[in-house]
Design a binder for this molecule. Sequence first.
Ligand SMILES: [Zn+2]
Length: 274
Amino acid sequence: MKVRDAVSELEKMYPLSLREEWDFPGLVLGDLERECRKIFFALDPTIDTAREAAEWGADLMVTHHPLFFRAVHLIPSTDPHGRSAAILLRAGCALWAGHTNVDAAPRGTNEALCARIGIFNPSPIEPEGFVEGAPAGLGRIGNLEREMSLEEFAKMCRERLPKTVQGVKLAGDPKMAVRRVAVMSGAGDSFLGRALESGADVFLTGDLRHHPALDFMQKVRSCGRRMGLVDVSHFSSEFPWFDFAMEDVKKRLGGEAECRLSEINTDPWAEVFI
Ligand SMILES: [Zn+2]
């Protein structure tokens, strides 16, 4: 099997057409004709994870976050992204990033987050067609198995998601009952309006800033609604994707390539003092 075959399967699972306009997922670098025996998965293509992939002898590295978020003109190895690129190119390892296309796809980051937390029958909040018969689109909304307090829900998120020092924060009345959950993995700022319109009892997302969260809670009150907000780290909201990605890639490639997940937690924060 060639890198080309692995990339082609990835892009059937996570079609690039599902990407947001500003996003450019796909093959970032590497040789499509190279034999592909080892596939390495990591959330971020950092210098450390690129080194981890190279040392393992990976032929293809699959990440969620792209190496470059904006157009670049220079990639010297003095630049962190240039350095990651140099490590991978030297090792002959290709890099494929699946970003907003993976957020929107069935069994992508949002559905993996729902599965990890126990949010059943998730459907896209913003439907965008189907992939291999399953609905695609941004965000997910689904139900918990039973009603619980917002506080209990937030603690369940803490238990079931990868640990990061930020922990889990909630806004709203901790005692309010929640059952219907809107979800947006990664940074959910831009999705707050749609989460409010979705009719959910709580919005679970990551990486929320002061003003968007404050405005959201004020809007909830001013429209006479009761709704909670649960904020987890960006890393822990997206990492569960690998539960699905590794299983699906192994299955689809018929065991022709060995798969391994990075052991590095790329959450940037090391300590929180409260
Ligand atoms: Zn992200």
